[in-house]
Design a protein around this ligand. Structure first.
Ligand SMILES: Nc1ncnc2c1ncn2[C@@H]1O[C@H](COP(=O)(O)OP(=O)(O)OP(=O)(O)O)[C@@H](O)[C@H]1O
Ligand SMILES: [Mg+2]
Length: 261
């Protein structure tokens, strides 16, 4: 469904993608794991056409996202839903208008139909009666759910989730995890989830991809990743402070040393 091929991207001296190739299977949940600053959000954004990589391609439905003109991208985006890290709700719009936004942007549906759709989507994410609230009045968990309702409002084929459970309590995280899996199973949505919540990742993933400072260091089923002998992967999934990956890492040569080891 989505294929990333030889992707390279840098911001100044920071490499967010170093010859990354991977694919995301249709109707499956793929979780992109990696430490802070490893390039996960950048990759996710580039997959929805927000920002272009330096080189490489991102094939979606047989078309290269990185080469599309604005108008073609606009059309393709109807098939994509995105839950941004931090949810990216419009602060000056109430919840109803936030969720209505993609519908107003991409469809000619009447107000009464929009109203019904919004009610259904809010129920899907377990919210009721919040339509008139403003984003600043929501808790963190509610904000994520509203972001999610907006992400699925156009019935997308693919939903991209950037840190859907970060900052949530275990129960709220569990609810979001279940939602991601339910949407995937019930609606046949292809799901691409960025996370550094290892427990959540292993619960929901059909496949895991681990990024390390722009380098893809592992790709496989949860079982395969769990049994990986690679010390970087082991350190990452056990969250150990001791191992090849130090706490701070900015030196390019150092990153290469670790990758070679
Ligand atoms: N538009 C940009 N301009 C310059 N640097 C950027 C830009 N976007 C991201 N970066 C840098 O690229 C690196 C990767 O950022 P990214 O947001 O992709 O990381 P991440 O893996 O999502 O991290 P986190 O887990 O903390 O969200 C960081 O060092 C960040 O500062
Ligand atoms: Mg991020």
């Amino acid at each position: 469904m989505i294929r990333v091929e030889s992707l390279n991207n840098k911001f100044g001296h920071i490499t967010t993608a170093n010859d990354v190739s991977c694919h995301f299977e249709e109707k499956k949940v793929t979780v992109l794991l990696g430490g802070s600053g490893s390039g996960k959000s950048t990759l996710l954004k580039q997959m929805v056409g927000l920002g272009r990589p330096d080189s490489g391609s991102i094939m979606f439905d047989g078309r290269d996202i990185t080469k599309l003109a604005r108008k073609e991208l606009y059309e393709l985006r109807k098939k994509m839903g995105m839950l941004f890290q931090g949810s990216a709700l419009f602060n000056s719009l109430n919840i109803y208008e936030n969720i209505a936004f993609p519908l107003r942007e991409h469809t000619n549906l009447s107000d009464s139909v929009i109203k019904t759709i919004i009610k259904i989507k809010l129920e899907m994410v377990g919210l009721r009666g919040v339509e008139n609230m403003m984003p600043s009045q929501l808790s963190g968990g509610m904000t994520k759910r509203v972001g999610l309702a907006r992400a699925i409002v156009l019935d997308p084929k693919v939903v991209f989730y950037d840190e859907p459970t970060s900052g949530l309590d275990p129960i709220a995280s569990g609810v979001i995890d279940k939602l991601i899996v339910d949407l995937n199973k019930k609606l046949g949505v292809t799901s691409i989830v960025v996370s550094h919540d290892i427990d959540s990742a292993f619960r929901i993933a059909d496949k895991l991809i681990i990024l390390f400072y722009g380098n893809l260091i592992a790709e496989g089923t949860p079982e395969e990743i769990k049994n990986s002998p690679d010390p970087k992967v082991r350190q990452f999934i056990t969250g150990s402070p001791d191992g090849p990956i130090p706490f701070t890492l900015t030196d390019k040569d150092f990153i290469e040393d670790i990758l070679i080891d």
